[in-house]
Write a protein that binds this ligand. Structure first.
Ligand code: ATR
Length: 276
């Protein structure tokens, strides 16, 4: 019997996850089917339970259901616990295992695919919503020199940083919050746009000078081409520009590992998605 998986979201029609997981399955010889499940906004539980009842083995979860997925899981990975959100559920016979693979996804994309180490680097992360909460733990685990979380609403950045500093594992980590305006004397080796600003083709109010020479500018958004953030980074001397496509494929590979016990090679799948 072919094992069934799905991505649950609203909207979900644009999701590349079925293509990615089918490519992984072919590559690793795993017999799976993977579909899109559009859930009504107030029926996430019913949608997921319905899929499980017809034999679904697990789901990826996307906007806006990651918090509900966390509440549905009965066991959580450390990453999911820190993020308080799940993008991956595995249905076991007596439990629902919840993981958050976004953080490891971006870390692998930056360090492995883009060959930029995080250790010892000065990192600026823009935004303080769920997307940023999902990646901070794995980023801090790489021992950067400094992580600044900057947000339009500074109070939200402060709350997020305080949350991490209150976790014993991160109490001594070099993380602090900032407004955008207060960044004007600082330069960073890596600047990550974790805001949803690229969705509206806008740019957070970054002061000049935040990109160190040859800095990596990373937009967690994908499929928007040269976003205002990436265009700004290029003008400001950013050296490497990347969108979130690699992160998308890497988080999918981590999900595949959670479900199937094997981690597929991601390079051929990233290349396939980048092909015109
Ligand atoms: P997500 O789950 O994608 O993180 P979210 O929780 O709604 O979504 O958070 C969106 C983030 O993008 C927030 O940090 C938001 O800043 P505020 O907290 O000040 O609202 C940020 N954001 C969205 N549009 C932005 C813009 N045009 N300029 C700057 N920040 C923006």
């Amino acid at each position: 019997m072919t094992d069934r998986y799905a991505v649950v979201g609203n909207p979900v029609a644009h999701s590349k996850s079925p293509m990615i997981h089918h490519a992984f399955a072919k590559q690793t010889g795993q017999d799976i089917a993977y579909e899109r499940l559009l859930s009504p906004l107030d029926e996430f539980l019913r949608t997921v339970e319905g899929f499980r009842a017809i034999g679904g083995k697990g789901v990826n979860v996307t906007v806006p259901f990651k918090l509900e997925a966390y509440r549905l899981a009965t066991i959580h990975s450390a990453c999911a616990q820190l993020a308080q959100a799940c993008n991956c559920l595995r249905f076991d016979s007596d439990a629902i295992f919840g993981d958050n693979t976004d953080g490891n996804g971006i870390v692998t994309d930056i360090q492995h695919n883009l060959s930029v180490p995080l250790r010892g680097q000065r990192i600026l992360i823009m935004g303080a919503g769920g997307a940023v909460q999902g990646i901070l733990g794995p980023v801090l685990d790489c021992a950067p020199a400094q992580v600044i979380v900057a947000n339009r609403t500074e109070e939200k950045a402060r709350r997020l940083v305080d949350y991490f500093l209150a976790c014993p594992a991160y109490a001594a980590s070099p993380i602090r919050s900032s407004s955008y305006a207060a960044l004007k004397e600082a330069a960073f080796d890596i600047v990550v746009n974790g805001t949803s600003s690229s969705l509206s083709d806008t740019l957070p109010a970054l002061p000049p000078g935040v990109f160190a020479r040859r800095a990596l500018a990373y937009d967690m958004m994908y499929g928007k081409g040269r976003t205002p953030f990436l265009a700004h980074a290029r003008e400001q001397g950013g050296g490497i520009l990347a969108d979130g496509l690699g992160m998308l494929v890497e988080q999918a590979a981590e999900s595949f590992l959670v479900w199937r016990g094997v981690r597929p090679a991601t390079a051929p799948v990233i290349a396939m998605l980048k092909a015109p």
